[in-house]
Design a protein around this ligand. Structure first.
Ligand code: NI
Length: 174
């Protein structure tokens, strides 16, 4: 397993629409292992493959509370089959939008069909944080970030600040 660098906004790669996985094999499992390790190290609760520069429809997640046993989850080619009409609001963050947190409203519950770590088809009925996190990560597969759900004014302000802090980092490393 290896840590992979996480891409941060603004970056055109984060706008790429990811392509479906053809086969869940050892190469794909190695990618998922790397993604999970990278997510834990960040630390974060969810990561889509495009965030480490791989445009495949793959997500890893772990929502276990701190101090409890890890509960890694893997989603290959996830498809949302149903969303509730009632909405839920959560303060979201993203490893690709470091240090910014904003409320986003999404369907409170959803049903997602996907392939698991072993390639078998699964159906998950999600609610609460899991439903929100799934929709956030699945947005990444379409090239959408949580800040795209905010007003243009707010989004542009965040992107400007991110750009500025990237410049600072580049100077520090030079
Ligand atoms: Ni994210």
């Amino acid at each position: 397993m290896a840590l992979r660098p996480i891409i941060t906004a603004p970056d055109s790669r984060l706008k790429v629409i990811s392509t479906p996985v053809e086969r869940v094999d050892d190469d794909l499992r190695a990618l998922m292992d790397d993604m999970l390790e990278t997510m834990y190290a960040a630390p974060g609760i969810g990561l889509a493959a495009i965030q480490v520069g791989v445009p495949k429809r793959v997500i890893v997640m772990d929502l276990a509370p701190e101090g409890e046993l890890p509960e890694p989850r893997y989603f290959v080619n996830p498809v949302i089959e149903w969303t509730s009409e009632d909405l839920a609001r959560y303060e979201e963050g993203c490893l690709s939008v470091p240090e910014f947190y904003e409320d986003v409203e999404r369907p409170a519950r959803c049903h997602v069909r996907y392939l698991g770590y072993d390639g078998t088809e699964q159906l998950l009925e999600a609610e609460g944080l899991l439903a929100t996190c799934l929709q956030h990560e699945m947005d990444h597969l379409e090239g959408v970030l949580f800040i795209d759900h905010l007003s243009r004014l707010k989004r542009d302000m965040i992107l400007r600040k991110l750009k500025k802090s990237k410049r600072h980092d580049a100077t520090a490393e030079a």
